[in-house]
Design a protein around this ligand. Structure first.
Ligand SMILES: *Cc1c(COP(=O)(O)O)cnc(C)c1O
Length: 430
């Protein structure tokens, strides 16, 4: 199957090439040339299948015969090794828990699938995956690639600006995972990564890959769990289902809309953001007017230039759907806190990202609809903040896997914002 660069549709590459390249000329994102479409009876069959075999069918429809079926199946079954429960909060609202992977955030899905594909494809030359992170992505990518052959992962993060829990999760691994604590902020890290990709001398000597959420393999993997949500519900709810997606860079929503485009029987999607609300304002008044990013409780959604939005516009253009059909809402921190308390009344402890998506869903859900909101992170990741919200009358239980990492030493090297230091380090890996 072919993928084209949204900025210039003359640039067309195979799935394998799109995964390896990550991004097209002029920073254009890749998008499928053919949009697969399952018939209603095929969709019904899909929803009867188990998660792994269903995901194979879905991903085959995008990958085609580029990767042998048995290899693709191996990638899928090595990547998706954790449960995806849909938990009922009240008679018409459920939460899809996407946080049971190794790093307790939904980014494990895309990260692990991408890692499996890359290690399956990359047998000859050592590849270096370079990523800048403010937390969740680095952890997911580090764990996804840990111990795989022929791939090194180099993660840049702003020193002192991520939580100590996050740091423990991906800076203690060693082996083929290298973490660099950069003296600067997240933007500095991103700038260094960009410099590496535009350094022709480095490109010549090393096989560099980026693991940002713009990689098409990460997006496609996320389509699979939307089907898994519906597979857990009685059929008479199909077409009444509304899904609320807590959005930052809009990869998760892109995947949901792609799921709808191939035939997922949902009624509509709702965009939920925190006060970094570039998209809701754009849908409201038609002006694309990013403001500077504000730190919030739902910090993985603190994005004001959401890079996947162009893919959503492209999908709507291709399908002749109208953007005015997309519902949206944004939630500030005090409402987020109040919502975490409200959800606790149902006997469920959530966290800031899920709470944002619940709030917008609950406010906009109509009588004849059934709502699903996405739980994108494990509440234990926000243990301190959440216990505070309940005035420490509640104590969150930690998965034992976290305990293990909290005891290990940090292995990061420190670097300055001087590109030469990153460059020397990368060359030392070759
Ligand atoms: C990354 C992330 C999001 C935002 O997802 P996008 O695909 O970037 O819109 C939401 N919640 C959590 C916990 C995340 O890590």
């Amino acid at each position: 199957m072919k993928f084209y660069n949204i900025k210039n549709s003359n640039e067309q590459v195979s799935f394998v090439q799109a995964v390896k390249q990550g991004i097209g000329y002029n920073d254009g994102l890749f998008f499928p040339v053919n949009l697969p479409r399952f018939t209603i009876s095929e969709v019904n069959d899909l929803l009867e299948m188990d998660f792994i075999n269903r995901s194979l069918r879905i991903l085959l429809s995008y990958v085609g015969d580029e990767i042998p079926v048995n290899k693709l199946l191996k990638c899928i079954s090595s990547a998706f090794i954790f449960p995806i429960p849909l938990v009922l909060l009240k008679n018409n609202i459920a939460v899809l828990e996407l946080f049971h992977g190794p790093t307790l955030a939904f980014k494990d899905f895309g990260g692990r699938f991408m890692a499996q594909i890359i290690s399956e494809l990359n047998t000859e030359k050592l590849m270096i995956v370079l990523v800048a992170t403010s937390g969740d992505t680095g952890a997911a990518i580090a764990h996804a690639f840990y111990g795989l052959n022929n791939v090194h992962v180099v993660i840049l993060y702003p020193e002192g600006k991520i939580s100590s829990f996050q740091e423990k999760l991906f800076c203690t691994l060693g082996k083929n995972i290298h973490s660099l604590a950069v003296n600067g902020d997240f933007d500095t890290c991103q700038m260094l990564v960009k410099q590496a990709f535009s350094d022709s001398n480095l490109k010549h000597k090393l096989k560099l890959n980026s693991a940002n959420s713009i990689n098409i393999s990460r997006l496609l993997a996320q389509i699979c769990y939307y089907f898994e949500a519906l597979a857990q519900l009685p059929k008479d709810l199909y077409y009444k289902i509304v899904i609320s997606v807590p959005s930052g860079n809009f990869g998760n929503l892109t995947a949901g809309l792609l799921a709808k485009s191939i035939g997922l029987p949902v009624k509509r999607f709702i965009i939920a953001t925190n006060i970094n609300d570039t998209v809701p304002r754009f849908l409201y008044n038609g002006y694309w007017d990013p403001k500077s990013t504000i730190t919030t409780l739902s910090n993985a959604m603190d994005v004001s230039h959401p890079s996947n939005w162009v893919r959503i516009e492209e999908l709507f253009r291709r399908k002749s759907w109208s953007l005015s059909k997309l519902a949206y809402g944004s939630v500030d921190d005090s409402l987020t806190v109040a919502t975490i308390r409200e959800i606790a009344n149902f006997g469920y402890i959530s966290e800031p990202h899920a709470a944002v998506s619940y709030r917008v869903l609950s406010d906009q859900l109509r009588n004849d609809e059934f709502g699903i909101f996405l739980g994108t992170a494990h509440p234990a990741k926000f243990k301190h903040e959440i216990e505070n919200i309940f005035s420490n009358n509640l104590s969150l239980l930690l998965p034992c896997s976290l305990l293990k990492f909290s005891k290990l030493p940090i292995l990061s090297r420190k670097i300055s914002s001087d590109f030469n230091q990153l460059r020397d380090f990368l060359l030392s890996l070759a």
